[in-house]
Design a protein around this ligand. Structure first.
Ligand code: NAD
Length: 355
């Protein structure tokens, strides 16, 4: 029987709560599809600072690179916010992404038609909406040097090389080829030099993908268009900071940030994680929505392990549960038959996983 070695990083806040539910569902689908999963836990973020003194222990990077794929919860929290930047949980996460080389962050924003009422937007505006945001993950202003803050002046550097833009651009064009052949590149080329290079490279690349219709849009307009008429988009490609902001906005098209999964792909490994953070405001209350993490586990089965059938069984189970009216608190505003806590939501999704 096939066995997959999965590295697990639970992290901080709701991280452990949501990862436990994803593991529950992975074990259920493994049983149905005749494979096994072995999990090995690694530390990152605040918990790593508490236990080892650093936000990213070396053995985490080694362990993840040595595994078939990594499932990750979230890191961060107020307790570690006052630490020097080099010691903060977020610095550990950025360094982790860079060291394992996951440059392409795929963030699908797919509306569950079973949940049309969970969005604050009108059902007819979002029905059948299916957007793929491709965010460059290990470059741009989050990584640019020099940077600093002396209390009087603070600065960051936004930098992209032609090679970095080409690499993420190719990924986005290939994804567009496998979907509706529409790619929208988001930048701020009217103001930023780095965006001008970004736009230039995307336009050059489009000559290699003549079937794909490429459009360019500024980030400010992109956010407006996303709320006005999200269905105009298919694949969106953008840099690190714009992708971070845009995908949080896209989560409100879908209904809750607790529903949005992501895959971070590189040449050496891949990391699967919900797009949300550690949600300190709801930690320990049992109200975190585990669906984003369970959906991330489905993406892991599909993209890293080649278990397409298992991935679609999980997706079918999530839809079945939502169709039958089960909700976590964040998506319970209008039409819940029963509001479940985090663990019960994991239980019921696992029980809906059937051949
Ligand atoms: P957040 O995503 O943690 O939370 C934003 C809001 O969404 C909160 O009200 C939260 O309760 C809600 N929310 C998030 N996930 C949810 C879920 N699964 N179910 C229901 N509601 C959910 O963002 P934030 O509050 O800006 O940041 C909190 C901490 O997380 C910070 O320390 C931040 O640096 C960190 N962070 C980590 C990651 C990551 O690990 N990838 C990403 C973003 C933020």
């Amino acid at each position: 029987m096939k066995n997959y070695n999965i590295s697990i990083i639970k992290g901080d806040g709701i991280g452990p709560e949501i990862i436990d539910e994803a593991i529950k569902v992975l074990d259920a689908v493994a049983k149905v599809c005749d494979f096994t999963m072995s999990y090995k836990e690694y530390l990152m973020g605040g918990i790593a600072i508490d236990e080892t003194g650093v936000p990213l222990p070396e053995e985490t990077v080694v362990g993840v690179l040595d595994s078939d794929a990594c499932l990750f919860g979230a890191i961060g929290g107020e307790k570690w916010d006052k630490l020097d930047r080099s010691l903060r949980p977020e610095t550990g996460l950025l360094s982790f992404r860079k060291q394992v080389g996951v440059y392409a962050n795929l963030r699908p924003a797919v509306v569950y038609n079973e949940l049309l009422n969970a969005s604050t937007l009108k059902p007819e505006v979002i029905k059948n909406c299916d957007i793929m945001v491709v965010r460059e993950l290990i470059g741009g202003i989050y990584f640019g040097e020099p940077r600093g803050n002396d209390g009087q002046k603070a600065f960051n550097t936004m930098v992209y090389t032609r090679e970095e833009v080409l690499r993420i651009g190719k990924k986005a064009f290939e994804l567009a080829m496998s979907r509706d052949k529409k790619l929208c590149s988001v930048d701020k080329a009217n103001v930023l030099d780095v965006s001008q290079l970004w736009r230039e490279v995307m336009s050059e690349l489009s000559k290699d993908y003549p079937e794909v219709e490429l459009t360019h849009i500024y980030i400010d307009n992109a956010l407006m268009q996303l709320v006005r008429n999200p269905k105009q988009f298919d694949v969106i490609v953008t840099g690190n900071i714009f992708g971070d902001i845009l995908s949080d906005a896209a989560s409100m098209v879908v209904g809750s940030i607790g529903l949005l999964a992501s895959a971070s792909l590189g040449d050496k490994t891949a990391v699967y994680e919900p797009i949300h953070g550690s949600a300190p405001d709801i930690t320990g209350q049992g109200i975190a929505n585990p669906i984003a993490t369970i959906q991330s586990a489905a993406m892991m089965l599909r993209h890293s392990l080649g278990e397409e059938k298992a991935a679609s069984l999980i997706e079918k189970a999530i839809k079945g549960v939502l169709k039958d009216g089960y909700r976590t608190k964040d998506i319970s505003l209008f039409d819940a038959k029963e509001i479940l806590n985090t663990s019960k939501m994991g239980d019921i999704i696992a029980s809906y996983v059937k051949k």
